[in-house]
Design a protein around this ligand. Structure first.
Ligand code: SF4
Length: 232
């Protein structure tokens, strides 16, 4: 792989799951680890998320927001956390940001239900849409890592700095790192602007966030086409 930044040298590695590990304890407390490889399928994972009390965000949620889209998609899109409409509907990226995301994907002939799997770093809405805390992110991260393992996407798009930091620990600003390919566990990852940021910056002039997003999504589509053609 070329043009890459290896941020993941110390990423989580699989360890054997103790025989007496109580999987049903996972949703009860953040002190219980979520061992890599623990979930056999996304349905069991979603059941755990829906009853989860691992962090304080459980208290304020209407619905847990686990995912939408195609669990067999080559592309996974990871956002920060649910907003108000996502919390009400129990689905990620369904508000104005979601509509813009759909338009961006459609511009390169990608469909949000068929071609991508969408989820968030935290599955419950932070109060007043604040950024999730480090503790909340850590409590929820095992679910995200298991979603990645089970969906097995070739490409992961990290929307915004919080998604980037939540998955990778990368602290640089999104404007510095967006559009760069990162290698992680044989997957291609790219940080991109969050659609909400594009809604606040509507200019389409060359060099603007929307213009940069257009460059990025074309690069993503080109990479996807390359991956698909290599697998045929
Ligand atoms: S945000 Fe994640 S860890 Fe916290 S309660 Fe919701 S599902 Fe559980």
């Amino acid at each position: 792989m070329t043009n890459q930044i290896d941020l993941f040298a110390a990423s989580e590695t699989s360890e054997a799951i103790p025989e007496d590990f109580d999987i049903d304890a996972i949703p009860t407390s953040a002190s219980v680890p979520i061992p890599p490889g623990i979930y056999e399928n996304l349905e069991t994972l979603a059941t755990h998320c829906n009853g989860c009390q691992r962090c304080d965000l459980a208290a304020g949620r209407t619905n847990v927001v686990v995912s939408r889209g195609n669990p067999k998609a080559h592309i996974m899109i990871v956002g920060e956390g649910p907003g108000q409409q996502e919390d009400e509907q129990g689905l990620p990226f369904v508000g104005r940001s979601g509509q813009l995301l759909e338009k961006i994907l459609a511009a390169v002939r990608l469909d949000t239900e068929q071609d991508v799997y969408i989820c968030n770093v935290v599955k419950c809405r932070p109060p007043n849409n604040r950024t999730p805390s480090a503790e909340e992110t850590a409590a929820c991260k095992g679910y995200l890592l298991e979603q990645i393992r089970l969906v097995n996407p070739k490409i992961i798009l990290l929307t915004g700095a919080t998604a980037m930091k939540g998955l990778t620990g990368e602290k640089r600003g999104i404007t510095k790192i967006r559009g760069q390919w990162i290698e992680w566990e044989d997957r291609w990852c790219m940080p991109i602007f969050h659609p909400a940021y594009l809604l606040r910056n509507p200019s389409r002039e060359k060099g603007s966030p929307k213009w940069l997003m257009w460059q990025d999504i074309q690069a993503v589509k080109a990479r996807l086409d390359e991956i698909v053609s290599q697998s045929q």
